[in-house]
Design a binder for this molecule. Structure first.
Ligand code: IMP
Length: 425
């Protein structure tokens, strides 16, 4: 069978594993970088030439002047995309129809999705980013969604919009202070502005990707969020509304599975999550605040403080299995400096039974107690170390324990935000 040069970069925890930096690092050797799910709920932080960039929709490969694809599985907020492109242009990056390709089948996030996100959050309490992601995917699956190809046709758009507003206005009218007619008028005005700007970028991205992969180009798939936020395999219902796992690539791009080759899992050296939901290894003492400050653990999209906890090998093993991960990248090891001892969760315990696999039951997820092993911490500054063999003994021991309990080799270490603070093993 023909080999294809594709690499999938997958988050193994609850998102925020540091995928932005790794994708940026690996995109040097890639030709195309593809987003296949999620929307501007994501926040990928990249430090480049001493400047920080936070990207929400466009893959960080754009900073390396690579070709970027927003595939059909992504939900696109035209205003957010417009703002991101303006931001990149202001910073001197070229974004044109030659290097950004947006699927005509991707669904569009409209203002009423954001209102509904806020309204639903009052009862659901998921802790969403309030960007309209869930309501937009809900419309996709209830077949009332508006795709980019519909958005570009004004008559199709207006008739779909009216139907949607008829259905949703009663739900949002206590939240928005404008009439149904004014809301429609406002959205149509937006559509006129943003459809003109979007049009040149829109294409059949499935055809494009099959074509370039068959020709041997290197294509990188960049997941947003992480395996534990996957709507099927995460900590349901405290998840996002898409499939960040490797299986999501096929649906989210239209590429048959034969094209999905190497899979790299991104793992933070400890665990974090934003929003509500079970988090078995969450640290309940002041150490949580210490770790949050060392790791600067604040949401890149919402600024919310991230919840912090110990490394959870139950979670990472689950991700390795579900995504068939070939190798791991371990990020933010340097942020564990000064914590002693370091703990690693190796299983959960609930009602006397040990769980080595992540349980599906929301009750067990929230009541299970982690079983830990401990190892001695380190006080050395790691960020200037450039060779694996120069890492302190206790750091190597921590790494070996993670590899042992996850059953997978770690091939790359990120020890700081800048690109050069990386060790390849
Ligand atoms: P939504 O994706 O905005 O619907 O939010 C659903 C859940 O996913 C919430 O717990 C969010 O905090 C979480 N979430 C969404 N995007 C990200 C991300 O990029 N990093 C970490 N958590 C995220």
């Amino acid at each position: 069978m023909k080999n294809y040069n594709t690499i999938s970069i997958i988050g193994t925890q609850w998102g925020d594993e540091g995928k932005g930096k790794v994708v940026h690092y690996l995109s040097r050797d890639a030709d195309y970088i593809v987003r296949y799910q999620g929307g501007n709920n994501a926040g990928h932080t990249v430090v480049f030439d001493n400047k920080e960039y936070i990207l929400h929709l466009i893959p960080s490969g754009i900073l390396e002047h690579k070709k970027c694809v927003i595939a059909n599985g992504v939900v696109v907020d035209p205003e957010a995309l417009y703002n991101e492109i303006q931001f990149l242009k202001l910073k001197g990056f070229k974004v044109t129809k030659e290097n950004l390709f947006i699927s005509d089948r991707a669904h569009v996030i409209l203002p009423y999705h954001k209102y509904l996100d806020v309204v639903r959050e009052k009862t659901q309490k998921i802790g969403t980013t309030q960007k309209g992601i869930g309501p937009c995917y809900a419309d996709k699956y209830s077949r009332s969604g508006i795709r980019i190809c519909d958005y570009l046709e004004e008559d199709t758009f207006i008739s779909l919009l009216k139907k949607n507003i008829d259905e949703k206005y009663p739900l949002i009218k206590n939240f928005v202070s404008i009439s149904r007619e004014s809301l429609i008028k406002q959205i149509v005005q937006h559509q006129r502005k943003y459809s003109k700007f979007l049009k040149p970028f829109v294409t059949d991205t499935t055809n494009l990707l099959i074509n370039v992969i068959e020709k041997g180009y290197v294509v990188l798939f960049e997941s947003a969020q992480g395996t534990m936020l996957d709507v099927d395999f995460g900590s349901y219902p405290y998840v996002t509304s898409s499939n960040p796992i490797v299986g999501g690539i096929s649906i989210g791009t239209g590429l048959p599975p034969k094209y999905i080759k190497k899979v790299i899992g991104i793992t933070k050296a400890y665990t974090t999550r934003v929003g509500e939901g079970p988090f078995p290894t969450e640290i309940k003492s002041q150490l949580q605040e210490f770790l949050r400050n060392q790791g600067n653990e604040y949401g890149a999209t919402t600024g919310r403080p991230r919840r912090c906890g110990w490394f959870d090998s139950v979670v990472v093993r689950h991700a390795i299995k579900i995504n068939s991960i070939d190798e791991l990248v371990l990020t933010k090891l340097d942020c564990l400096k000064g914590i002693n001892p370091l703990k690693i969760c190796i299983a959960y315990k609930y009602k006397g039974k040990l769980y080595y696999d992540f349980p599906s039951s929301r009750k067990i997820q929230s009541l299970a107690k982690p079983v830990y092993i401990s190892t001695t911490g380190f006080n050395e500054e790691l960020s200037n170390i450039t060779e694996y063999k120069k890492l302190p003994k206790n750091v190597k021991r921590y790494i070996e324990l993670i590899e042992h309990y996850c059953g997978t080799k770690i091939k790359m270490f990120s020890l700081g935000r800048e690109r050069n603070k990386t060790i390849i093993r």
